[in-house]
Design a protein around this ligand. Structure first.
Ligand code: ATP
Ligand code: MG
Length: 562
């Protein structure tokens, strides 16, 4: 972690900010234009959130703009569904793009760029198969060998390339390659492929094209067409920079420049659309927005807020070297924000009946309690109190140790927002399982006007049985059993799905909520007191409310696994 302070408070500059400030000072650019360039072949994940907050954040900081550009040059894996979801996620994260653009809109311009390279003898059509091209590439220590087609004339190349476009040749039979240097120490400069034939319809251009530019041909030129000043990408693109610069120079385009930062990796999950797609397609999870997924949609469904995610992205900073960020930092950011905004509610997860023996049957009192002590503007709610209540089974112990500040024979506790009660008796069934607890309440101990003088160390949550309604809770654990499933799979020659934690979902279906919960909106963030932060699942209905646990109140996981 290079920076642990919240982004808003950060005073030191990251290395990209230093570059930008220098460019502005020296007049290399007079504005900042960045882009976020997702390939619409999957849903965005938390790693993309890092890239989004960085690109949009830099533009905001320097009064510039950010384009949303779909890098849609591979028709086989890309769909409109992915495009729509990506837009939704970026907006939800709180960012507005200046322009919505598609690399596919530049296909004609990119084609003209290719023609220009051909005419300048800087590109040629190669009839070699991809295997043949790979076999003649050489190795980092041994130069490659020239393709037999390398010396074709510009006229012949232009004619062949036009015919490639017209669909005359089957897939895989020809490519357009840059003519650079087959002995370059950078393997990517050894006559890289710029165009390939694909007889596949594209989600936007339909059947218009059957040749598609490669990443290298499309990306830098799209940047230059849009006049992107700072093109920020992840470290694995470092070797591509030389080619990026070469193409822009040879084509004499706007001098966009590429800068690399370390991609975000997180423990106990995976961060690659290709692998996430497999989790979805092989039904290891309940779709892209399964609350265990590291996708933006999964985090949203789970109850993470955009503020928490942005805070997280700010705290991890911008690193130049790859590292793995602990999931607990994201959870910490969620707690920080949810504590401020969530409504407090009482829900009993594993109920046992408690009878207030000195409270008249059929009588109820409406108690008042704050919705959120962190935010007075949220007001109060009414909680009905009566003779028969549910409390947590684990809040009672027959032979309790001294430090157990909950209920046991002869012990007194406070019921949250209500009264102090003292336990007189309890009952068990034939199996020794607790069935009922009998207590007395102390009328002068009401919260807010307690004159009883009775000391009660613990405070328990509770619900009135006749008013409570049953809800379902879903608790989640890490999706993988090991810290780095992708790497470990490589080392142990296994598949990353072998490390899926099969116990990552626990359903609690006998939980009882106070009545306010039923009337709360479906996008309300909650703290179920003493339990954790919860958010209504997208499948929750009024008849059957279902809540996802976003995070626990404290970092239990780190302690348990020490
Ligand atoms: P994946 O391997 O998950 O499909 P990708 O890099 O192929 O990721 P793109 O859609 O091409 O996904 O990425 C859009 C932008 O987001 C790129 O600029 C990419 O560098 C950035 N990005 C992708 N993954 C991460 C990550 N884990 N951390 C930071 N930035 C990322
Ligand atoms: Mg990609």
């Amino acid at each position: 972690m290079s920076d642990t302070s919240p982004s808003e408070e950060r005073t030191s500059k990251n290395f990209i900010e230093e570059i930008i400030e220098k460019d502005l000072q020296e007049g290399r650019h007079n504005t900042v234009l960045t882009r976020f360039p997702p390939e619409p072949n999957g849903y965005l994940h938390i790693g993309h959130a890092k890239s989004i907050t960085l690109n949009f954040g830099l533009a905001q900081k320097y009064g510039g703009e950010t384009n949303l550009r779909f890098d849609d040059t591979n028709p086989v894996t890309e769909t409109v569904e992915f495009v729509e979801n990506i837009k939704h996620d970026v907006k939800w994260l709180g960012f507005e793009w200046a322009r919505e653009l598609y690399a596919s809109d530049y296909f004609e311009q990119l084609y003209e760029c290719a023609i220009q390279l051909i005419r300048d003898s800087l590109a040629y059509v190669d009839d070699s198969t991809s295997e043949e091209i790979a076999a003649t590439k050489g190795t980092p220590t041994r130069p490659g060998t020239d393709s037999p087609y390398r010396s074709r004339t510009p006229e012949e190349n232009e004619d062949l390339f036009r015919r490639m476009r017209e669909g005359e040749f089957p897939e895989g039979t020809r490519t357009l390659r840059a003519r650079i240097d087959m002995s370059s120490s950078n393997m990517l400069m050894r006559d890289p492929v710029l165009y390939r034939i694909k007889h596949a319809p594209h989600h936007r251009t339909g059947d218009k094209w059957c040749i598609y530019p490669t990443y290298d041909m499309a990306h830098g030129q799209s940047d230059a067409i849009e006049k992107i000043t700072h093109s920020i990408c992840t470290l694995e693109f470092m070797p591509h920079r030389e080619l990026y610069d070469w193409l822009i120079e040879k084509l004499d385009l706007f001098p966009s420049r590429q800068y690399e930062f370390a991609r975000l990796n997180m423990s106990y999950t995976i961060m690659s659309k290709r692998r996430l797609l497999r989790l979805v397609e092989e039904n290891h999870v309940d779709g892209w927005d399964d609350p265990r997924m590291p996708t933006i949609s999964g985090l949203r469904r789970r109850g993470y807020t955009p503020e928490a995610i942005r805070d997280f992205c700010g705290r991890i900073g911008v690193a130049k070297r790859d590292n793995i960020i602990d999931m607990s930092l994201l959870e910490f950011c969620a707690r920080e924000h949810l504590n401020k905004i969530s409504l407090r509610r009482m829900v009993v997860f594993d109920p046992v009946k408690l009878v207030i023996t000195n409270w008249p049957e059929g009588q109820f009192e409406e108690l008042e309690s704050e919705n959120n002590p962190e935010d007075a503007s949220t007001g109060t709610r009414k909680i009905p109190f009566g003779r028969e209540l549910y409390i947590e089974r684990q809040d009672f112990m027959e032979d309790a140790p001294k430090k157990f500040f909950r209920l046991g024979p002869g012990r007194s506790v406070r019921l949250k927002s209500a009264f102090i009660i003292t336990c007189d008796d309890f009952f068990k069934d034939d199996n020794g399982r607790l069935t009922e607890i009998h207590c007395r309440y102390h009328p002068d101990s009401k919260s807010g006007s307690d004159t009883s003088g009775i000391k009660a160390k613990g405070t328990l949550h509770w619900v009135s049985i006749p008013h409570a309604h049953k809800i379902e809770l879903r608790e989640y654990d890490r999706l993988f059993k090991v810290e780095n499933p992708a790497d470990q799979a490589k080392q142990e020659e296994k598949d990353f799905t072998d490390y899926i934690n099969l116990e990552s979902l626990r359903v609690i279906d006998d939980a009882w909520a106070e009545p306010a919960v039923a009337g709360d909106p479906s996008d309300q963030y909650f703290q179920f007191m003493r339990k954790g932060y919860y958010f209504p699942d997208k499948l929750s209905t009024l008849e059957k409310q279902v809540f996802n646990r976003t995070v626990t109140l404290r970092d239990n996981w780190a302690r348990k696994n020490k």
